[in-house]
Design a protein around this ligand. Structure first.
Ligand SMILES: [Zn+2]
Length: 195
């Protein structure tokens, strides 16, 4: 178990191809998951992907909760997604300000348009397959981390580059507005194990 350094944009490991996990009993997988959890807690992030700590595997974690930068409303449990696929996205898209531990250590925020609700299919850390349908902050974090699986950073998807803001501006003027709270509210978490 260890807190890892979060790689910063420009590092080629954020752009490398990420491998699917084949052996769910591999000790290296257990240690990767443990490092992701520790690093996410320590850095106050609501999501983190394996390539961000220099491991090019299709694994990410989410913990949709109240942090310094996020008012999550209803909090979710910490979840691990291995070999994830987003299998459904709503037609409705919404703009939410995103930041990333790999972009100046979360000091830059910008508006990104993505589907409001998604269904992701993945394996959990025990190798059990599941499907999760959700919206709000959790759907947003899943889509952001899923992009890391393909080497895509949120800065490549900014809806309006004139609206990039600093973390302090975001905290003061955007984080707690009624609009942001409504967009981030998670009103659906449908989880099921699948064969
Ligand atoms: Zn990120």
């Amino acid at each position: 178990m260890a807190v890892r350094r979060v790689l910063q944009i420009g590092d080629p490991r954020l752009k490398n191809k990420n491998k699917d996990v084949v052996d769910f009993n591999d000790k290296k997988l257990a240690s990767l998951i443990s490092d992701l959890k520790d690093t996410m807690v320590k850095t106050g992030l609501v999501g983190i992907a394996a390539p961000q700590i220099g491991k090019n595997y299709c694994v990410f974690a989410t913990h949709s909760r109240n942090t310094k930068t996020r008012s999550a409303g209803k909090e979710d449990v910490l979840r691990i997604y291995i070999n994830p696929k987003i299998i459904h996205s709503s037609k409705e898209e919404i703009i939410i300000y995103e930041g990333c531990g790999s972009v100046i250590r979360g000091q830059l925020f910008g508006p990104v348009k993505r589907p409001q609700e998604i269904t992701v299919c993945a394996f959990d850390e025990k190798g059990h397959k599941f499907e999760l349908t959700t919206n709000g902050l959790l759907a947003r974090v899943i889509q952001h981390e899923y992009d890391h699986m393909c080497g895509i950073e949120f800065t490549e998807k900014i809806a309006d580059y004139m609206k990039l803001v600093s973390r302090s501006f975001y905290l003061k003027n955007i984080k707690d507005t009624p609009e942001t709270k409504e967009l981030l509210a998670v009103t659906k978490i449908e989880y099921k194990n699948t064969p």
